[in-house]
Design a protein around this ligand. Structure first.
Ligand code: CTP
Ligand code: MG
Length: 181
């Protein structure tokens, strides 16, 4: 199977959470409205309990679906998401890790004095990639190193900003997102 397809396939459980958070987010913010000593919000109203939970579950559900396809159609040559107990570690790693990467980025955006929704080039496009890799590596190191080879990682770093841009412009057009980034 083509490396580009494998890269996107492996990242789908990390790509979906942000989109579902944008669609279903809202309500109580994760920082409960609290500010730090700099007078700015810890995270801001753009990071909510509902969005984080819905996004994480969407990523895990997507991963379970992809895993079932990979297992039932081995002739496709698409990778699965781990064996036995590893499966949930991998999927929560990729999905919750993606949400966490985006949350950590918002923390630093607020510290830099950027309002909610302000664009930060490359950080907005890649924060969730590093978050998903970090948590998946911590929770399932064997699966991670076997599947995220240097080649696959380079492909992910190149195609993700492009895919991110396209989906966010679409999200903006359908009014799921306030800004096209
Ligand atoms: N969202 C959420 N919970 C999250 C992540 C996102 O509810 N953990 C929802 C919010 O409604 C948010 C939207 O998805 O406004 C778009 O996400 P994002 O672009 O990450 O947030 P921004 O509003 O741009 O805020 P920030 O400046 O902190 O990135
Ligand atoms: Mg944003």
């Amino acid at each position: 199977m083509n490396s580009l397809i494998i890269a996107i396939w492996l990242m789908l459980p990390a790509y979906l959470p942000n989109n579902f958070a944008a669609l279903l987010g809202g309500g109580t913010p994760l920082d409960l409205g609290r500010k730090l000593g700099d007078g700015r919000r810890i995270l801001g109203d753009g990071k909510t309990f509902r969005g984080t939970i819905a996004g994480t579950l969407a990523g895990v559900a997507m991963g379970l679906l992809l895993h079932a396809v990979a297992k039932s159609k081995p002739e496709l040559g698409l990778p699965d998401f781990g064996t036995g107990g590893e499966l949930l570690s991998v999927l929560f790693g990729l999905s919750l890790g993606a949400m966490a990467g985006d949350i950590v980025a918002s923390f630093f955006k607020r510290r830099m004095g950027m309002e909610r929704g302000a664009a930060l080039f490359l950080v907005d496009q890649l924060d969730f990639v590093f978050g998903s890799w970090a948590l998946a590596f911590i929770l399932a190191p064997r699966w991670f190193s076997e599947n995220f080879t240097p080649e696959i990682m380079v492909i992910v770093l190149i195609v993700t900003p492009v895919l991110h841009r396209v989906t966010n412009v679409l999200g903006y057009k359908i009014k799921a997102k306030k800004e096209p980034w």
